[in-house]
Ligand binder design. Structure first.
Ligand SMILES: Nc1ncnc2c1ncn2[C@@H]1O[C@H](COP(=O)(O)OP(=O)(O)OP(=O)(O)O)[C@@H](O)[C@H]1O
Ligand SMILES: [Mg+2]
Length: 264
């Protein structure tokens, strides 16, 4: 299997705290790769380093063999990295379809004067963008809510809207930070089905999630972080049975969920 993303000795130091500490991760092209770990383990920080939202303290990062260690976020977006956020980020006052279109604006060719004057070329592009956004909304089962104000959507719908917006940039690697957070069991199951369909579109998935059943079911490979360090890695079973992982989770609510997944 080819490696799409390779992180080597990735480190992020905040004042007095190593949030990510010499972490190595290899994400295979076409895989669904999970990142798990207790609260504060460094999962979101790792995502921020991969998407370029935060600069690294040290380490290297390559995407498809290309060094992107110092590449700014927009360049990584251009190279095919997209993400969703743990705390949903969207334009609440825009409609659902408009939010999806913001995900593709870096790709629109005509801009500036053409858009101000609404020249035919711009209008054509805008129509094509809207059509594509509608297709994506159908894909995430939100087509009937296209004209709803985004802030009025339920939590689960907002999470799926974020996925549609991330897909609008045609990513090769999609980072999902707790996509099932706040979802009820039915929504979570549907999300699993949706993400499997995303994976079938040749999009590699890297996801952070606390819902153990969800992670174990969906992921080909899982990396476990604790206090900024990688403490385990492997297939779902291997990770689930790893004593270091169980110990890291002991005393947390997730330990109970892990035990439940173990018995399942
Ligand atoms: N900008 C920041 N400045 C200082 N410390 C930070 C910053 N961002 C995160 N941290 C700290 O870094 C550590 C890792 O945080 P991070 O958000 O990456 O954890 P996480 O694994 O995503 O946790 P959770 O499961 O709660 O989302 C925590 O101790 C957190 O308080
Ligand atoms: Mg987090």
């Amino acid at each position: 299997m080819t490696t799409l993303l390779s992180a080597s000795r990735l480190t992020k130091q905040f004042t007095g705290l190593l949030a990510v500490n010499e972490v190595d991760v290899e994400v295979s092209a076409g895989s669904v790769h999970g990142i798990i770990g207790p609260n504060g383990a460094g999962k979101t920080t790792l995502f921020n380093l991969i998407s370029g939202l935060l600069p690294l303290t040290s380490g290297t990062l390559t995407l498809d063999g290309r060094d992107v260690t110092s590449a700014p976020p927009y360049q990584r977006t251009r190279l095919g990295v997209a993400r969703t956020f743990q705390n949903i980020r969207m334009f609440s006052d825009m409609t659902v379809v408009e939010n999806v279109m913001t995900g593709m604006h870096t790709r629109l060719k005509s801009s500036g004067v053409a858009s101000l004057l609404r020249l035919p070329g711009f209008r054509r592009e805008e129509r094509a963008a809207r059509d594509k956004a509608m297709e994506l909304l159908a894909f995430v089962s939100l087509a009937d809510k296209a004209r709803v104000r985004s802030g009025d959507l339920s939590y689960g719908d907002q999470r799926r809207l974020e996925i549609a917006r991330a897909l609008a940039g045609d990513p090769r690697l999609l980072l999902l930070d707790e996509p099932a957070a706040g979802m009820n069991p039915t929504e979570t199951r549907d999300l699993g089905t949706l993400l499997r369909q995303v994976a079938k579109r040749d999009i590699t998935l890297l996801l952070v999630e606390h819902n153990m059943g969800f992670v174990m079911d969906l992921c080909d490979r899982i990396t476990v972080l604790n206090f900024g360090r990688k403490i385990a890695e492997g297939g779902p079973r291997e990770v689930r049975d790893n004593p270091a992982v169980i110990e890291a989770y002991l005393g947390t609510k997730v330990a109970a969920r892990l035990a439940k997944a173990h018995g399942a």
